[in-house]
Design a protein around this ligand. Sequence first.
Ligand SMILES: Nc1nc2c(ncn2[C@@H]2O[C@H](COP(=O)(O)OP(=O)(O)OP(=O)(O)O)[C@@H](O)[C@H]2O)c(=O)[nH]1
Ligand SMILES: [Mg+2]
Length: 330
Amino acid sequence: MFEFLKKTPAPPAPPQADAPQARGLFGRLRARLGERAASLVRGLGDWLPGRRIDAELLDELELRLLTADVGIPATERILEDLRRRVARQELDDLEALLAALRRSLTDILAPVARPLVIDASRRPFVTLVVGVNGSGKTTSIGKLAKRLKDEGRSVMLAAGDTFRAAAVEQLTVWGERNDVPVMSQAPGADPAAVIFEALAAARARGVDVLIADTAGRLQNQSHLMDELKKVKRVLARQDPSAPHEVLLVLDASQGQNALTQAKAFHEALGVTGLVLTKLDGTAKGGIVVAIATELGIPLRFVGVGEAIADFGEFDVEDFVTALLAAPPPA
Ligand SMILES: Nc1nc2c(ncn2[C@@H]2O[C@H](COP(=O)(O)OP(=O)(O)OP(=O)(O)O)[C@@H](O)[C@H]2O)c(=O)[nH]1
Ligand SMILES: [Mg+2]
C-alpha cells in the first residue's frame, strides 16, 4: 500500500523546461502522490459502503495516519476528536468522517502556514540556510533567489558551503541562471568568514536580500553545529539583528528523521522557518502534520520536484487535498 518511495531521482530539469504552471504547485504534488497511490483514505471507502463508522474503521485510519508519518501526538489528537464525534453520533457516514478529518488536519496546519515576509527595514535581509546533507538547501536557495528577483528585489548569495566539492559551482550556476551575484572564497575557507564578507559586500551594494548557503551536516555532529553557531555570532557582529531568518531545509521523505533533525537544529540555532522538500518523493507527506503539531515552526516553502516551478509557499487547503488525494474542490 505504501510502496511508493521514490527509487531513482528524476534527472534535474533544465532551467527553461520548468513544469507547466497550469495545475499549480499542489496540483502537481497531487498528481505525483496519486501516481504513488499515496492517500490516507484511499480504499477506506471501498470496504465501507453500507457500514457504520465503527471502532475498526477508526483503528484502520489511525494506522494509516501513523504509517504516513503523522506521528503519535497529532494522530492521537485527530483520533480523539473523531472518536468523540462518532460517540456523539455526529459522524455517521464516510463523507462526514472525511470532512471531519479534513478539518482536523486544516486546524493543525493553519498556524504554521506563515510565508516568509522580507522586512524591508532590514537591508540586507539576511537568510541563513541550514540542514543535513542533500536535503535540498542549495536547490531551494536557487529557487528562492529566482522568486525574490521576480518580486523585484536585489539578491546576493553567499557560498558558505566550503566543504563539499563542487558546492560553490552548484551555487554559481544558480546565480548565473538568475543573474544574482555569488560571493565565494577558496575551498576549505571558514564559512563564517565567507558569509561575513558577503554581508559586508551586500551592505556596501545596498542589496535587499542576502541568502547564505551552508554545508550539509548531521544534527549530532556537535563541532559542525558549533560552526553554524559561529556563523550566527559573526553575522551579529556586523548587524546585531542578523540573521533575520534561519531557514531549515528538511527532506520530507526522511519522515520522522526530519522531525528529529528539526528539533536539534532548532535547539542549536533557533530556526525561524522551514522548507520541506521532496514531498513528491514520499508517501509520508504526513510528516508536515507531525512537524506542525510538535514544533510549530512556520513552514515557509515546500518543494514538490526539481524544477523551479516545483517550489512555492505552503497552502493548507491544497496540501490537505493532496494528502487525502481527493479530487480538487470545484
Ligand atoms: N524530487 C525532488 N528533488 C529535489 C527537491 N529539492 C531538491 N531536490 C534534489 O535533491 C538533490 C540535492 O539537492 P541539493 O540542493 O544539492 O541539496 P543540499 O542540501 O544543498 O545538499 P548538500 O549541499 O550536499 O548538503 C538534488 O538532486 C536536487 O535536485 C524536491 O523538492 N523534489
Ligand atoms: Mg548544497
